[in-house]
Design a binder for this molecule. Structure first.
Ligand SMILES: [Zn+2]
Length: 251
């Protein structure tokens, strides 16, 4: 078939994925055969789970759209404004179950602190991450964009920042989680939901001062870790409030 030219324009922060081929978030490609829009977008470095809206010559299309002629393509990221979108999206929000790769331990802890369900194994390889993602219907969080491009990934996100607190804010925004935050409900170490426990049941495991000053405790049914509103508690609360207000700030 006759070769044709497609011009892609990437909006929002999708330009972080573009390589040196891009000029001002625009890429021009010459194609010699029919190609799916998904493959064309990913060939520019942008993983499909990051793409929320695609326009080909002003027409909205899905990932299965095939390109065969010259076209102008616009690609938009997920942007949440706290209200319903007026267009049909390719991605979903409100996902509260995630699997994180081994480099995202800090983010994992933060999201568990906010009550979200995080599968995390520091030593998991790519195959294991994809397996957990599929089997447990989780969104994949990784800075490995190649992994996010895997065909079986439905929901996922590449944290832009390397800083766990910034990453946490990104995730809460991307998946629209602000109203779903339930702090201090989940074990930071093993992800299990915490249970209220009577002081009498655990008193022999407490330090002398903790025994005296605290009366309310939660215990992890998984790893048996005991939680209480100790001296670290105001600091954690402050951190959660900071995350909330920063997410609101941009909304
Ligand atoms: Zn635990």
């Amino acid at each position: 078939m006759k070769p044709f030219t497609v011009r892609l324009r990437f909006h929002g922060d999708l330009n972080v994925f573009l390589g040196s081929k891009a000029h001002d978030a625009e890429i021009e490609l010459r194609l010699a055969e029919k190609t799916s829009i998904k493959d064309v977008i990913e060939s520019c470095g942008v993983p499909h789970p990051e793409v929320d809206l695609i326009l080909v010559d002003e027409q909205r299309v899905g990932f299965d759209h095939t390109l065969a002629n010259d076209a102008k393509i616009q690609v938009f990221p997920v942007v949440n404004h706290g209200t319903a979108h007026t267009y049909k999206r390719l991605q979903t929000t409100g996902i509260i179950r995630f699997v994180t790769d081994g480099h995202l331990g800090g983010l994992t802890r933060n999201l568990r602190l906010l009550g979200f369900d995080l599968a995390y194994d520091r030593n998991a390889d790519d195959r294991q991450l994809l397996e957990v993602m599929t089997r447990e219907n989780r969104a994949l969080l990784t800075r490995d964009r190649r992994l996010l491009m895997h065909a079986i990934v439905q929901h996922g996100y590449c944290p832009r920042s390397q800083n766990p607190d910034e990453q946490t804010i990104e995730i809460v925004r991307r998946f629209d989680l602000l109203e779903l935050i339930a702090p201090f409900t989940r074990c930071l170490r093993c992800n299990a939901l915490l249970e209220e426990t009577a002081k009498a049941e655990i008193i022999d495991k407490l330090e002398p001062l903790t025994k005296i000053y605290y009366n309310q405790f939660r215990r992890c049914p998984g790893c048996k870790q005991i939680y209480w509103s100790g001296s670290h508690f105001p600091k954690l609360q402050k951190r959660i409030e900071e995350i909330r207000s920063r997410v609101r700030g941009k909304a």
